[in-house]
Design a protein. Structure first.
Length: 251
């Protein structure tokens, strides 16, 4: 579906766009004709991501901490001002740490829930009213298959991502009748800087249990985000969690 103009005329705000899956979604959306507002904590990474987009892409960069409610509100307003609106919101910013529960301090738990779950609430809180007012939109929340099955040393991450999946279903029920379709993507392990910090033992065990026998690449996740934003491909999806996960979870 990428490479065609299925998102021509759409304006997308993508968080976590400086790296990994978010940057790949930005490339796929630009390739499909969308205008982009790229948001991330990392200004240098944002510049590299924006510079790598196809010539002629309408793109703005927004340095943003997704845990800061005021900053999220300002970024949403700036993106609407720059592009004339937001049709698609991709919540992709996230962090990952590995700590057994018996060693986890409350600050580590709180930080994970802030970055990986509360941020999704904040970005939706300030974007969805605009979508309702404009007659519709699409929200794509990047969760994780670990939110569906859990992962050792990852109680905080698994809880945050399960929260994203529950949030997605509830918001879909609340706003789909206004034309705002809300879905999640729950990738399996993907080769990005996010998983650099996981132990070699964790990665080896994980790779061995995957039916496909390998981790994915960001560009193998991005087409699912294109599908969910596209018309007609995504028109009947709402409240769903799609799983480009190497077979790790089968629903
Ligand atoms: N890589 C995987 O194996 C995997 C699997 C399932 C789900 N995911 C999810 O995919 C999403 C993207 O992860 P990735 O693998 O591309 O990781 P990544 O580290 O390559 O990218 C994450 C991006 O989020 C940004 N970010 C972190 N904290 C932020 C904050 N407070 N405000 C704004 N931006 C912030 C980082 O700067 C970075 O650019 C995450 O939500 C992650 O949980 C990743």
């Amino acid at each position: 579906m990428t490479g065609t103009s299925v998102l021509a005329g759409r304006r997308a705000l993508i968080t976590g766009a400086a790296s990994g899956i978010g940057a790949a979604i930005a490339r796929a959306y630009a390739g499909a004709g969308a205008a982009l507002a790229l948001a991330d904590l990392d200004p240098a990474g944002l510049a590299v991501a924006a510079d790598g987009l196809p010539e002629g892409t309408a793109v703005t960069r927004h340095v943003l901490d997704v845990t800061d409610a005021g900053a999220v509100q300002d970024t949403v307003a700036a993106a609407i001002e720059a592009h004339g609106g937001i049709d698609v919101l991709v919540n992709c910013a996230g962090i990952l740490t590995e700590v057994p529960l018996v060693e986890m301090d409350p600050a580590t738990w709180d930080r994970m829930l802030d970055v990986d779950l509360r941020s999704v609430f904040l970005c939706c809180r300030y974007t969805v009213p605009h979508m309702i007012e404009s007659g519709g939109g699409r929200v794509v929340n990047v969760a994780s298959q670990l939110g569906q099955k859990g992962g050792e040393g990852l109680t905080h991450y698994s809880a945050a991502k399960a929260g994203v999946i529950g949030f997605t279903k509830a918001l879909a029920r609340e706003v789909s009748r206004h034309g705002v379709l809300v879905n999640a993507i729950a990738p399996g392990p993907i080769e990005t800087p996010l998983i650099d910090g996981l132990s070699p033992e964790w990665k080896a065990a994980k790779g061995a249990e995957l039916p496909l026998g390998r981790f994915g690449r960001p560009e193998e996740v991005a087409p699912t985000a294109v599908l969910l934003a596209a018309d007609p491909a995504g028109n009947l999806y709402t409240g769903q969690t799609l799983g480009p996960n190497s077979g790790d979870v089968m629903l």
